[in-house]
Design a binder for this molecule. Structure first.
Ligand code: DGT
Ligand code: CA
Ligand code: CA
Ligand code: ZN
Length: 584
């Protein structure tokens, strides 16, 4: 963390502790202001602190705060802060993190009901001791309980695939309001992170009040946390928080860039702006005229503000796809990479039918895939050890292969591969013998059991599978389930190197519970030369829609269409398949 960010954090903590200990509002506001100012400051505090009067000259930093900043830079501590920390129970600041709970309420809970941490908060909700406190009705307490449950259940984050449909629905809803011009998704959701802390939406139009009103009255909204003229925060019925900001059309690009983040990407962009004698904030990219007051308040005309493209351009950068905005080296890009898109995908290479645990017949799933514009579908039902998933015995698989071949001959407009998702057993052997595997057109090998193996054992197990000459794709390589099962932790670089060497593809399983490979594994796999498959692991027709999440994850890893199996046309895919198994 940068020095500025650390100091901003300390002042935020200071403000919270002052409020918890009942200090006067003036002191609290001063500390909170310092936190905000420092967070958005272009100059590095460490480098200007020695200059006499330089800190005090910054709008919002008084002499007391300046002294504290110098104290921290010199000693690594702030005495006043240490004293406050010792006065407040160590678990109390965590209670402040519960969405909807402000310092005043938490202070009352502490002083009058004995709440000292999250555990005691839960207890006091349970035994009714909060009910007598000011502004604590049953409704408010129920809201707090919901927030707590949400935090406990999910660590406060929800999966991409749960957040995205709600965000799209909110967007459509807002697009129907009076005077609306534009509504866009920002934040981690736009960047395609696998989990989302809160949902960020941005809108502009001639009637901001109508947009705010529409937002707070959406049927999914359970409670309104904050509603101002241009900003509104709500809690949705899923427990998730959503923020809407209404901005001016003239600086939409600057706001969209800022609220898309990541914070780390924004910091890099601001540094780059400074190096060019410019200042970047959510209102635009401005010339740096040396005046520390916000340029947008002084009528300074921005160099760029309306679109993200023109801001990046003025910073000497190509437009950077949101999925790459994580400060993982994206500022070194010379051109915008052509990352894989949903529309590039024209085959599904991992699908289940009624033969194992899917819901569709071969015919139904083939037609569904065809209607979605795919040229090829690999039918890959489970293998015999997956008893819980109705895995196919050797006899049943032989009959299933015949049925798939028969359907392929009968149904026009799509090619069917007779395949299997064969279990990689705990020791790395596959669940069918080679003779049977050789009869299949397509083999996805996946781990389903023994997912708590030691990393070394897991690595050997997956290496055996990717090196197996009859395997085309390593399916959901770690077996993790987001938020509920960590899965295998193999040496992924070793697995990817072996896959590249043997020409085996690695799967990004697009199901939003899996997203496995995950983003950083995709990057690693591409670096060592692997081909990637993005598959929905379809069990039901609507699961084809999970593709969007797999594509976002792959984009975060930098995947381009030329490295993605599912982007190959029918002939090229067929060629790849045959080259993979020259002997058969
Ligand atoms: P999340 O919600 O935890 O999944 O992650 P984000 O990235 O959506 O974070 P969020 O909702 O706190 O803020 C949305 C974006 O707004 C964030 O990616 C960058 C920008 N932003 C928010 N607060 C700050 C800040 O204090 N400084 C800077 N530079 N950017 C910020
Ligand atoms: Ca967010
Ligand atoms: Ca937010
Ligand atoms: Zn599987």
């Amino acid at each position: 963390m940068s020095t500025n960010a650390t100091i901003a954090g300390l002042f935020e903590e200071l403000a919270a502790l002052l409020e918890l200990t009942g200090a006067n509002g003036f002191k609290v506001n001063a500390a909170a202001k310092v936190a905000r100012v420092v967070e958005d400051l272009d100059a590095d505090l460490a480098s200007i602190a020695d200059e006499p009067g330089a800190l005090e000259a910054i709008d919002g930093i008084g002499s007391g705060s300046a002294a504290r900043i110098r104290e921290w830079l010199k000693n690594g501590t702030i005495k006043d802060l240490e004293k406050l920390r010792s006065e407040v129970p160590p678990g109390l600041p965590a209670v402040l993190q519960v969405p909807g709970l402000g310092p005043k309420t938490v202070r009352a809970m502490w002083q009058d009901a004995g709440v000292v941490d999250l555990a005691s908060l839960k207890e006091k909700i349970g035994d009714g001791s909060l009910l007598g406190l000011p502004r604590m009705g049953e409704k408010t307490i129920a809201k707090i309980r919901e927030s707590l449950d949400f935090m406990e259940k999910s660590g406060g984050r929800v999966r991409l695939g749960e957040a995205a449909p709600i965000a799209l629905a909110l967007r459509q809803w807002l697009l129907a309001t009076d005077g609306v011009e534009r509504v866009e998704i920002a934040g981690s959701l736009r960047r395609g992170r696998e989990t989302i802390g809160d949902m960020d939406l941005l809108a502009c139009g001639s009637n901001p009040a109508a947009l705010i009103e529409a937002f707070r009255t959406h049927p999914e909204v359970k409670s309104v946390l904050l509603a101002g003229d241009t900003k509104c925060s709500v809690r949705l019925s899923t427990g998730m928080q959503a923020d809407l900001r209404v901005v001016d059309a003239s600086c939409f690009g600057a706001a969209w860039l800022y609220f898309t983040g990541s914070k780390e990407h924004n910091v890099r962009l601001r540094e780059r702006a400074i190096a060019k004698k410019l200042r970047l904030n959510e209102y635009g990219l401005f010339p740096d005229d040396g005046d520390p007051a916000p340029p947008q308040n002084r009528g300074v005309a921005p160099v760029a503000a309306k679109t993200e493209e023109e801001i990046y351009e003025a910073l000497g950068l190509p437009w950077i796809p949101p999925e790459l905005r994580e400060d993982h080296g994206e500022l070194a890009l010379k051109t915008t990479p052509r990352l894989v898109e949903v529309k590039d995908i024209c085959s599904e290479l991992h699908a289940h039918t009624k033969a194992s645990d899917g819901q569709m017949t071969i015919e139904a799933i083939a037609k569904e895939a065809r209607d979605r514009g795919f040229h090829t579908l690999a039918i890959t039902d489970h293998s015999k050890s997956s008893v819980q998933a109705n895995g196919l015995s050797i006899e049943r698989l032989r009959r299933h292969i015949d049925a798939v071949r028969e359907a392929d001959a009968r149904i026009d407009g799509i090619r069917l591969y007779a395949g299997s998702e064969v279990d990689i057993l705990a020791d790395g052997r596959l669940d069918y013998d080679d003779e049977l595997l050789a009869e299949l057109d397509w083999v996805v090998a996946s781990p389903h059991v023994a997912l708590r193996q030691e990393p070394k054992v897991a690595t050997e197990r997956l290496l055996a599978a990717v090196r197996h000459p009859l395997v085309h794709v390593l399916g959901h390589p770690t077996g993790r389930l987001i938020g509920s099962r960590p899965g295998l932790e193999p040496d992924m670089e070793a697995v990817a190197r072996a896959a590249a060497e043997c020409g085996t593809a690695l799967e990004v399983n697009a199901n939003h519970h899996r997203l496995d490979l995950r983003d950083r594994h995709v990057r690693l796999a591409l670096e060592v030369g692997c081909m990637i498959a993005i598959d929905c692991d379809v069990h039901a027709p609507e699961q084809f829609d999970e593709l969007a999440f797999g594509v976002m994850t792959a984009r975060r890893g930098g995947l381009t269409p030329d490295r993605c199996l599912n982007c190959l046309d029918a002939a090229a895919l067929e060629q790849w398949r045959k080259a993979k198994r020259p002997a058969t």
